[in-house]
Design a protein around this ligand. Structure first.
Ligand code: HEC
Ligand code: HEC
Length: 202
């Protein structure tokens, strides 16, 4: 009997330890994520204009982005599999793989945030057709589907998307091959229009 009690106590103890560790990991992920709020807004809801919303992005895309930022050697402007940026290379280097995973799970647990982004409705209308033909396959639901692992573009800040696209087009940031094929078909005006379409998604 006393033996069983001991076993039970041990079992309860271990359940407590597991859930306490999980709770702590959760709390520390939120605490870490809160340090990003100065730029990315409270709960990953950026007030723009050039800092992206993080709320609701997939864990996969978040981790890939952070690891890409981290991979750029200090002082370098380009490196294989690295993602060049203005600020994030320095910031990402401050976090371990585990911390990045924990923050990724945290941001992925938040609902996708679509900001009220100023945009041109006429351009957004033109952009909708371009989107259907060239972008919807990988940026489904108007760019709001986290499972695409391609970032959140719906209600995403326009200047940020314009910077991203300029970085892709210049080759500074590596563009996925099949995306490049679509992007290369478009004129500058068409490309601008489709970004207005993403910005208009609510
Ligand atoms: C000083 C402002 C600043 C802080 C603090 C900051 N960021 Fe950023 N973040 C940016 C900017 C600006 C960009 C755009 C890339 C660049 O130019 O660095 C960005 C881009 C990103 C992206 C890419 C998003 C996408 O859609 O591709 C991720 C992910 C990210 N930040 C995560 C974080 C996390 C996590 C933290 C906190 C640990 C953080 N950032 C703190 C300014 C900041
Ligand atoms: C074959 C799939 C595919 C197609 C087609 C595609 N994309 Fe992408 N897109 C991606 C992936 C994957 C990423 C993330 C790339 C990365 O971080 O390396 C991305 C990233 C982006 C980003 C940057 C997001 C960020 O937060 O930095 C923008 C902007 C974008 N795509 C716009 C477009 C537009 C506009 C089109 C249509 C003309 C398009 N994409 C077509 C797969 C695609």
């Amino acid at each position: 009997m006393s033996c069983n009690k001991k076993a039970l106590a041990a079992l309860i103890g271990s359940i407590f330890v597991v859930s306490a560790t999980q709770a702590m990991a959760g709390a520390s992920a939120k605490a870490m994520a809160d340090t990003c709020a100065g730029c990315h807004g409270t709960n990953g809801q950026s007030v723009g204009p050039a800092t992206p919303n993080l709320a609701g992005m997939s864990e996969g895309y978040f981790i890939e982005s952070m690891q890409g930022f981290k991979a750029l050697p200090k002082g370098a402007t380009h490196a294989e599999d690295a993602r060049p940026a203005t600020i994030m290379n320095r910031i990402a280097k401050g976090y371990s793989d585990e911390q990045i995973e924990a923050m990724g799970a945290y941001f992925a647990s938040l609902p996708v945030y679509k900001a009220k982004v100023p945009h041109d409705p006429a351009k957004a209308k033109t952009g909708a057709e371009i989107y259907d033909k060239g972008c919807a396959k990988c940026h489904d639901e108007g760019g709001a589907l986290p499972d695409d692992d391609a970032g959140i573009l719906a209600g995403q800040w326009l200047p940020w998307m314009e910077f991203s696209m300029a970085d892709f087009k210049s080759g500074h940031r590596e563009m996925p091959k099949s995306m490049k094929k679509q992007v290369n078909k478009l004129s500058d005006a068409e490309l601008a229009a489709v970004l207005h379409y993403f910005a208009s998604q609510q």
